[in-house]
Ligand binder design. Structure first.
Ligand SMILES: NC(=O)c1ccc[n+]([C@@H]2O[C@H](COP(=O)([O-])OP(=O)(O)OC[C@H]3O[C@@H](n4cnc5c(N)ncnc54)[C@H](OP(=O)(O)O)[C@@H]3O)[C@@H](O)[C@H]2O)c1
Length: 304
């Protein structure tokens, strides 16, 4: 495994395990603990979650493992996020109707309390990397920065960052923190070029910040969907995989790892053999021109 030194306080594994889908896995605490041990044995020591995953249940389930087996928590870097809320709103009409109110909340007090709540659910003592989950149209970067910096000063979080931010919002919050954001967790795969198009990757390159990459396999659709963009990418990956005598999945991870910004892909599968396919990508040497074969696969991008 490769490790990336983010700051003096934080080093992350190049391949990260994501737990977004944990509530679909229907695992008990022992099965989850065994899976986490399998990740750690492979050197995958950075784990990603968020308060909104399973509407806090994902953090709770992970926390049951860390409470029972504190040695697992000690071996990992824990990333969690705040800002997306799903609550039962006020009853209205005849009093029986309760709207489920999904909304963002990145106000100063909410961030502070959310962090304390996550730490309690996770039984983790502190959070290694704490992220604002999504751009919030009501985000006041001065207030959010104050909350994040205080959490750092209180020792509740080691480092701070964001997820899904565009360059303008990233710069606004980053400037208010005095340049202390160390991450932007973004979607990137050959069917999703939002952050190439926005210039986000250029900004991160300039600042030498490693993006964490979610849905590197487009949520699995690159290998399961017959819709055009996914099928086209799959066909190119299969051809290149044959040349390199490896799996198409490994080639896709190698394509993500090849970018000079130094991406850290998040694996979303609950199968350790699929985590092995991601790890194998660290040993694949793609030809420079092969990167463009995949880049151009869907037809969205053209050479001029
Ligand atoms: N910051 C954000 O806004 C945000 C958003 C989404 C996700 N995330 C994070 O990123 C992590 C990864 O995202 P993701 O789960 O969408 O990643 P992903 O790796 O693109 O997708 C994982 C899904 O693909 C399936 N899959 C993997 N390999 C496959 C194959 N060869 N054939 C068929 N299906 C395959 C997996 O099923 P199996 O389990 O059966 O293998 C799983 O359902 C999440 O866990 C979360 O931590 C962050």
């Amino acid at each position: 495994m490769e490790y990336v030194k983010i700051t003096e306080n934080l080093t992350m594994s190049r391949i990260i395990q994501g737990f977004w889908r944990l509530t679909d896995w229907n695992w008990d605490t022992e099965t989850l603990a065994e899976f986490m041990r399998g990740c750690i044995a492979r050197g995958v020591t950075t784990f990603d979650t968020a308060e909104i995953y399973g509407n806090t249940v994902c953090e709770t389930e992970m926390g049951k493992v860390f409470e029972k087996y504190p040695e697992i928590r000690e071996k990992i870097q824990l990333v969690t996020k705040t800002g997306i809320k799903k609550i039962a709103g006020m009853p209205y009409g005849d009093g029986k109707v309760v709207k489920i109110a999904k909304h963002y909340d990145t106000r100063y007090e909410t961030i502070k309390q959310a962090c304390r709540d996550s730490i309690e659910r996770l039984h983790c003592g502190y959070i290694d990397l704490y992220l604002i989950h999504r751009e919030d149209p009501l985000l006041d970067p001065h207030a959010a920065a104050k909350a994040l910096l205080e959490l750092k000063a209180e020792g509740l979080v080691k480092e701070i960052g964001v997820s899904n931010f565009d360059p303008f919002k990233f710069n606004a919050l980053n400037n208010c923190t005095g340049g202390q954001l160390v991450a932007n967790q973004i979607e990137f795969n050959p069917t999703c070029y939002e952050h190439i198009n926005s210039g986000m990757l250029d900004l991160l390159l300039e600042k030498q910040i490693h993006p964490m990459i979610w849905s590197p396999l487009a949520g699995g659709k690159i290998f399961t969907s017959d819709e055009e963009p996914y099928a086209k990418v799959r066909a190119v990956l299969e051809e290149i995989a044959e040349r390199h005598n490896t799996s198409p999945e490994t080639i896709l991870y190698a394509w993500i790892l090849y970018h000079p910004v130094g991406m850290l892909p998040l694996v979303g599968s609950n199968k350790l053999h699929r985590l092995d396919n991601a790890i194998a990508a660290l040993d694949v040497k793609l030809e420079h021109w092969e990167w463009y074969e995949i880049y151009l696969a869907t037809g969205e991008k053209r050479m001029r």
